[in-house]
Design a protein around this ligand. Sequence first.
Ligand code: F6P
Length: 357
Amino acid sequence: MKRVGILNSGGDCAGLNAVIASAVVTANKLGYEVIGFEQGWEGLLDPMMYRPLTLDAVRGISHLGGTILGTVNHGRFGAKKGEGQSRRIPADVLQMAADNLKKLDVDGLIVIGGDGTLSGAVQLAAFGVNIVGVPKTIDNDLMLTARTFGFSTACQVVVDALDRIHTTATSHHRVIFVETMGRHTGWIAFRAGLAGGANAILAPEFEFQVPDLVSFLRHRQATRRSSVVVVAEGAHISSKGVHWGEKSEEEVNLGGISHYLMSLVGGLAPDEFEMRHVVLGHTQRGGTPNAADRVVAKAYGCEAMKAYDRGEFGTVVAYINQSMITVPIDECTGDLKRVTADTLEYITARDLGVFVH
Ligand code: F6P
């Protein structure tokens, strides 16, 4: 019987289990056995961590958050560091992964991941491994695909939070800064900020000046008495740049901009506003996928396995114009899909008087 491996790597997101389950169901129909590698790429390296993914093993998991395989977003296969900085995975690590697949009689892999994971997949493909990728990230920042699963659920989490934050901000006449994830793009901030009625949306793509924000908040406090500011973790403050959280040898993390921005606003307008900040953090990644993400995740899983069976290796499944196609992996890594001044969410927010930069 033919054997295919499946792994997910990088941050988890809602819908991963639905991809896994639907890939396994499709593989089974096409006559494949499936091996699931655990803890991302690490499961493929010595000492290997894997388990057979039978139909029984994936029954009833599609609606569950997280991933039954576990995941890591660092380790020996790390192929990205910071924005756009690629790292060459050492040849002995890639060789070990290719050899281990051979030892298990696994012909190739379905790899579910974001920019970093797929960059690793490109490097492994050069060692003769057959790979079909599935784009995964709550950030929705992968090129050539209209929507990644997990994004819609993350936006819903933010919108639910904004509904609550508006009422408390209004009651106390406060300015509340709400920090969203998204790394170097503002998709979550713009989609959820617009849906959740944010008064200002600050995203990495549109550098802003703090004094302009202060003027905007002054006007709002005078007329409406409260404000909710959605700030993407990677937002770009003019003359100050991006606010990095932790930096280590392996990875650079964003985070903390809402608190920092609050202090900058307070510095320019001492005692003028009563301010609070909320970091939504990993609540955006956890929990059950919503209907939209379940559907797209299931479609990704089925289509990836069908593409694998057709021998379309070195590709990623992309969701474009309501249908699934395959595109070369390296065309959707490297650069990021960014919010632009032509993006509907941006235009609509601006038209409605939201402070966008
Ligand atoms: O890429 C997904 C993401 O959730 C980003 O939005 C965020 O910056 C990052 O991962 C957080 O990673 P970690 O789970 O390592 O804190």
